[in-house]
Design a protein around this ligand. Structure first.
Ligand code: AP5
Length: 219
């Protein structure tokens, strides 16, 4: 199965992709995580991407498409994948269509996790992750069971993203509406679009997504 999670920054794409990957045997492909790994590694790509990401703008289509084209060639993608944060522009969506067509593969769903802008600042400014295993948390909505200790790996160090501040969120939302929202009619016309209410509690959103995935023609 191959699916795209669409939605605004902080809408819950990463949280849900992590939950779905184990249950359905899929791999989460997050272009944001790939870019942050490139920044942490100090690569040329990371150096180019950093200032763009810190400003809340989109990294160029060429860089992103090249990164995804390489990633979906890896053996772990053979069983299917969840695209989290890609595509984000019409040229990226068209490139994905070509990449899949060249491999004789199809897309099962593009699922919009819909969250209104006014909820986004709170979601993003409260987010933190385990520095050791990357598990995601929120100051208000998803606290670790024991304060200061990661539920997944027992780690005690946590980090917050450089672009998770109120100023950058506005730029990221603007980029979402101008460049990514046109993907919703793009996938609707192809009969691939499904919509889930992302304002529901995290477990409820997962349940709705699972219902959609269970309707896929696996094969
Ligand atoms: P990226 O890393 O993709 O960031 P984003 O799209 O801004 O999305 P986020 O990761 O911020 O949010 P999310 O939807 O995963 O939410 P989460 O589950 O964490 O991209 C970062 C940057 O990289 C971009 O700005 C751009 O510069 C560049 N980039 C990446 N891909 C690109 C591309 N394809 N093209 C060009 N540039 C690209 O949830 C957020 C918080 O809310 C968490 O704390 C969570 O616990 C909480 N939460 C989640 N769901 C719920 C719920 N239902 N109720 C309450 N709280 C919830």
């Amino acid at each position: 199965m191959r699916l795209i999670l669409l939605g605004p920054p902080g809408g819950g794409k990463g949280t849900q992709a992590k939950r779905l990957q184990d249950r359905f045997g899929l791999v989460q492909l997050s272009t944001g995580d790939m870019l942050r790994a490139a920044i942490a590694a100090g690569s040329e790509l990371g150096k180019k991407a950093k200032s763009v990401m810190d400003a809340g703008q989109l990294v160029s289509d060429d860089i992103i498409i090249g990164m995804i084209a390489e990633r979906i060639e890896q053996p772990d993608c053979k069983g299917g994948f969840i695209l989290d944060g890609f595509p984000r522009t019409i040229p990226q969506a068209e490139a994905l269509d070509r990449l899949l067509a060249d491999k004789g593969l199809n897309l099962d769903f593009a699922i919009e996790i819909r969250v209104p802008d006014e909820r986004i600042v709170e979601r993003i400014t409260g987010r933190f992750t385990c520095a050791k295993c990357g598990a995601g948390y929120h100051d208000k909505f998803q606290r670790p069971k024991t304060d200061g200790v990661c539920d997944v790996c027992g780690g005690t160090e946590f980090s917050r993203r450089a672009d998770d501040n109120a100023e950058t969120v506005t730029a990221r939302l603007n980029a979402y509406h101008a460049q990514t929202a046109p993907l919703l009619p793009y996938y609707e016309e192809k009969g691939k679009l499904r919509v889930v209410d992302g304002t529901l509690p995290i477990d409820e959103v997962t349940r709705k997504l699972e219902e959609i995935l269970q309707t896929a023609n696996v094969g």
